[in-house]
Design a protein around this ligand. Sequence first.
Ligand code: GLA
Length: 660
Amino acid sequence: MSDQINGVPSLTLLPDPSYAWYGTPGFSLTLADGNPVTRLEVVDIETSQIESDRKGSVVLITAEDADRGDGPTVKIELEMFGSGLIRIRATVAAREAALAVGAITPLLPVPQYADEVMDFVGRHLRERHEQRQPFSLGTHLRESRRGRTSMQAPTVLAVGPKDFGYRSGEVWATHIGWSGDQRILAERVHTPHRVIGGGELLHDGEVNLESGEEYTSPWTYFAHGVGLDTIAAQFHTFLRTRPDRVTRPRPVTLNTWEAVYFDQNLTDLTELAKNAAAVGVERFVLDDGWFGSRRNDAAGLGDWTVSSEVWPDGLTPLVSTVNELGMEFGLWVEPEMINPDSALARKHPEWILGRENRDPILARNQQVLDLSNPDAYEHIKSALMDLLDEYPITYLKWDHNRDLLEPISRANGRVATHFQTLATYRLMSELKCAKPGLEIESCSSGGGRIDLGVMEICDRVWTSDCIDPVERVQIQRGTSLLVPPEILGAHIGDARAHTTGRATTLDFRFAIAFAGHLGIECDLRGVSAEDLTKLRGMAQLWKQWRYHLANAKQVNADDPETGRSAVGFVNHSGDRGLFIVSSIATSETYPTDRLRLVGLDDDRQYEVSLVLEPTDDLKLPPWIIKGKTTASGRALEEVGIASPTFMPGSALVLDVRALD
Ligand code: GLA
């Protein structure tokens, strides 16, 4: 019995008004005759164990429309993993009566003392910047209506006591594992229940179920622990136990985009490949510009055949050189997109998402191809399969460079975002299934498609088109709440960043890229011999640490010092940590406040030494001049060690090793 007799709102996994809940409803389902479903009644509960590496328990709750025998059945799946992470989704099946699905929105309560909300905001080149506000009365609602996760995505929404940090404060967090439209919320109405959660944002008429048809919502994730590092650990563990994850060492990657942009030719790219191999690159990725009439961003998308103008002998001469140099070959594609100026658009204008007689407004000169249309889907799938059959391609950088606005399928006149998102997942999965070992990088104008939906399939994310290390500190910190370092693409770019014009040292660019899956994205042909030698050493060094990075727990100091941040990667036995301490602004105090290294074992003694020689020789404390120091884990965390006075744009990379 619920306490509804007194009219006190009580919560269910999908809260509803029939239990006096007057906050955001957990479901919105309307029968064909216009009657809403207002109460679901549990008819069955089953429990089982998750046997895969993820380990955990499943509760499957079957509920039915309490008032209408012809109303839907709703199966709610609740998965609870050993790491502490929980995820919930529901499958709605129409019985006799047809049904419009408005929303499925799992919500979970958080206590009254969670009184601050943190999430992320961003845009192209500036993804995942943290914002905080009081958890005030009302609904803090973040929606994406861009047909992709988007660069402005909240990514993770967390609540906790005021000023909760990475190391302290009890935190509750939620995330939507979905790459289409979505909403995520933190809500406080005049009840004792504060809630967080969210789900897919469906449009009117988007999902209508006929009798016997089903809709499954994406997973809504919930994490809980002390400090944001605990939340990150739960998401990281989840990804690291993905059933078909790649386990081989992450190859150092070169991406050609900022090296040559659209200006591709065999001579230049062969030279670039030789330079890449010489510095220790293991995967060479040919970016945009290799196909159809794609000489700039105004034409060619949709025509996935190698351009005979640019590559008269196909890609074989380049791919063979790359392979002979000992590197794998990867290729950029953007399968969901189409330029109006393309052979495909001229032949099949009906495959473009939009109203019958009007295309949506252009974005980057392109439109979206309707992959919910089986003919368009098959066409793109076979074009991609042909490429994978013809060339030894082990990696696709899969891009998605525009929003879905007016995403109407010309096949049925309905909003297609939901089916488009599912079609993309299916296409990625089918290609991976057909080509075992194929890896996919999720890119969307940089970091616009980073969520646990796509990451169930993809192997790497392109974190941002901005590879300026100063900007990257925050972008990577935000992204790493969800994404572990081995999946987070981080490249060393040119000395002067293309997207900001800011100049930084090679050491600093490397130090920041060290904390992810390392890549190089600059024209190595123009790099001095001295820097090429340095780059080679850097690639070698990162290779020594990549196993550690891919298995470590990430820790972030809540550093009060302005501009400075310290991220660490500590292995599970606690005897080794890699710490990257960087500064992007001048410090408020002088000399700079002590440097705290967190997340080690309190009672063990550690030796702290330099992984990279500091280039900043201003005010170096004696231990840096000596090259090392020792302290207990507790002292490193609570007292810290003397810090150099960092210049903005400088970093220290430290190896911390237990002495026992
Ligand atoms: C997007 C990606 C870039 C690059 C270009 C190519 O902007 O984020 O990395 O691949 O497309 O057009």
